[in-house]
Design a protein around this ligand. Sequence first.
Ligand code: SF4
Length: 284
Amino acid sequence: MFFYLDSQSISNTQFPFCDRNTAVNKILPDFPFIGLVLQLLKSNKLNVHLIGLSDFLNEDRQIFLNQLARFDNFSIIIYQNYKNREIDKELLSIITEINAELVISVDSGFDFEILKEKAKNLQCTNLKYSCEFEIISEDDFEKCETFISELEIQKYKTHPFYNNSNINFFEKNIFLSKEDIIEAKPTQKEIFARKTINQLNFGKLYILPDGSVYSNLNAPRLGKMNIHNLEELILKEIYGQKNWFKLRKNVKPCKSCIYNSLCPPISNYEYAIGKFNLCHIFEN
Ligand code: SF4
């Protein structure tokens, strides 16, 4: 479950990323968060991703996180942009207390010195943290590799980002060839899953600051938190939108391709780029 607490970060519909790189003090959106959480807790262990939390007033944040701390079948992941303010003492103690994980969102073309400072400060704490890099070019990738080895960053991810003018980067590095598909050798289980559900979307809900709920940020809204309960939202997804079941065998041109159950699930990149075949097999 992804809570976008800051509307600025919603512009990235390709992967969760905190875009807020200037500090502000805001009041948390007034959505019935705990009500939804209580409904969800009846189900299973949850991963709660909080995007933009560090921008809020200390007191507000504390109340919000203290409410979360009442439950224990949560795993909380807090996203903060690398340029945003330091993790203050209060936030640090709450993050430690609720055993949350911090994700540092790093923009493409990042400032090496600022990120270095941030990483060094974090290494002085006991916080579990990772860095997630937005990559738009090979240069970005090289810079990211240099940073990771120089600072000995243990946990990180790189996310290619399509910015409407780097299709060549995607074609060269991300688009699949026949050899890539064959070499990946998905297991029987994975092949079966790919024929049944979209593993990248399945079970995920995205909640925006105004309470709007989506099963995918690239699809129409499912409903609103203060109008629909969880059951209604899930039924709407399963019987209406079906983003959790968006399969290659149902979309053009993949439905006519012999690799449609071997290819990775449809991701947000297909929506950003505007076609389902991010491959060198069906070129158009
Ligand atoms: S056409 Fe679709 S299913 Fe076939 S290889 Fe390309 S992306 Fe995969």
